[in-house]
Design a protein around this ligand. Sequence first.
Ligand code: C2E
Ligand code: MG
Ligand code: MG
Ligand code: MG
Length: 284
Amino acid sequence: YAKNSGNGLHVYDKGLDANETPERLALTAELRQGISTGQLEVYVQPQASLRTGMVLGVEALVRWRHPRHGLLFPDTFIPLAERNGLIPQLTDAVLEQAVAACGRWRRAGHRLTVSVNLSARSNLNETLIENVQSLLNRHGVPAKSLILEITESSVIRDPARTQIVLDQLHSLGVGLSIDDFGTGYSSLSYLRQLPVQEVKIDKSFVMNMLAEPNDAAIVRSIVDLGTNLRLAVVAEGVEDAATRAELQRMGCSNMQGFFLAAPMPLDSFMDWLAAREGHLAEAR
Ligand code: C2E
Ligand code: MG
Ligand code: MG
Ligand code: MG
């Protein structure tokens, strides 16, 4: 759509936000090009059970290998993609790499889940559902191995639409998770309505929970709430052994964070897993 910014300035490029600076418009054009030429790379960060220590799966985290600027983190380009209509293409690229990897790992004997982030402005529509279904078929991945992470803000943006699409994804058997839990609004009513199986405690609470009693109280409340609703509770941003121990004590089910591993290139993950299993075997 051609957009009129209201100040007489017309932007004719499809979906471009008229409020972007020239630099950002240039970066947006590069991003569109970069997505279609395979410059997006998926990094993965492992998640482990706090009860057994077993690695259960990974979260896919997108990076942009920019030809001049090097490896860019999502906070530098996701907002740009959101404002300029590039999220559907970006999500498709990440889903493709993540589900393909999950299929390869599966054939190598590892039953792991892979979690993919949907943006607040995601393509929560029929096309997403069809894409997900055909991806799973093509790569021989059971629906329950894919977990889609949504944020509370995406739910708030369009609750009715979100409900319909999440219900459909749920009937496919895909797992659904609420990301950055505790940072949004009205989270409790959504937890009751939406077909989610997991909540992820935002890392801002977890990272300071040993020093900040208020953060610890929030973490404990989310763990209790999630447990009572029979949801998996993932603590993000676990950076040290003491935090892990405290989360275990609270009864939190899973962890993700630098203490386990930082996000790594997709192709390094099998080596990381083998090394970890080696260490665990030695320790026994
Ligand atoms: P998120 O989904 O909440 O992902 C967790 C972020 O926390 C990641 O940052 C991860 O690297 C970081 N993190 C993990 N463990 C620790 C830790 O122990 N300490 C600290 N300080 N940080 C930790 P990253 O990769 O920069 O991603 C930032 C955000 O960008 C993500 O937050 C997610 O909202 C968004 N994002 C990433 N990939 C995608 C994607 O493919 N699509 C969309 N729509 N958004 C994405
Ligand atoms: Mg996430
Ligand atoms: Mg998060
Ligand atoms: Mg986040």
